[in-house]
Design a protein around this ligand. Structure first.
Ligand code: CTP
Ligand code: MG
Length: 181
């Protein structure tokens, strides 16, 4: 696969995992998942992880997977790239895994004394990859290993932090997010 095609396939395959975080920022608010509970003097997750944000994030990821699946044949024809469709389990793994990774990162932040919104370099940028890829491999193994070749995984690991930093700086600039990370 040529580099451009690998990059486009990686972005396409990861889009159902990329969108949930942004949708959660837009829809977030209301009751925190941890219900305000603490553990060891710190919040379990914090006010930044809400039921509404999480549900909206997963729903947005599933919607994106559905739309990409509907357009896959057309976009394949236009680009000549071998773009995948998404099975329901693959979509769930990517979307729910992204939200779960983000929640797990907040759990780790609170355990390491970081307040809500604090930066955690590396974790902030790759938390959703670290959970969404293994979860998808578990839920939809044959889909996962057909789509996520080692080249695609490599591109995802390089591309994701760049996209994450860019979208967060833009969201911060637009006043949608409180911090640029
Ligand atoms: N958000 C949400 N539910 C989620 C994830 C995010 O409601 N599961 C919303 C919250 O309003 C949150 C915002 O999106 O404040 C930004 O997300 P994020 O940067 O992940 O949260 P932080 O507020 O920075 O909190 P943390 O330090 O725990 O990451
Ligand atoms: Mg944050």
């Amino acid at each position: 696969m040529a580099l451009l095609e690998t990059v486009v396939v990686a972005f396409w395959a990861m889009l159902p995992a990329y969108v949930p975080n942004n949708a959660a920022v837009l829809a977030g608010g209301g009751r925190p998942i941890d219900g305000g509970r603490t553990w060891g003097g710190s919040r379990i997750l914090g006010d930044g992880k809400t039921w509404r944000g999480t549900a909206a994030g997963i729903a947005a990821g599933l919607l994106v997977a559905t739309v990409l699946t509907l357009f896959a044949v057309d976009v394949r024809g236009l680009t000549g790239f071998d773009l995948p469709t998404f099975t329901p389990l693959a979509a769930v793994g990517l979307a729910a895994g992204a939200m779960l990774g983000d929640i797990l990162a907040s759990f780790l932040k609170r355990r390491t004394g970081r307040q809500r919104g604090a930066m955690f370099p590396g974790v902030d940028q790759l938390d959703f990859v670290v959970v969404s890829l293994p979860l998808t491999a578990l839920l939809a193994p044959s889909w996962f290993f057909a789509v996520f070749t080692w080249e695609v995984v490599l591109v995802v690991v390089v591309l994701t932090p760049i996209l994450h930093v860019t979208t967060n700086v833009v969201a911060y600039g637009l006043g949608l997010k409180n911090e640029p990370w």
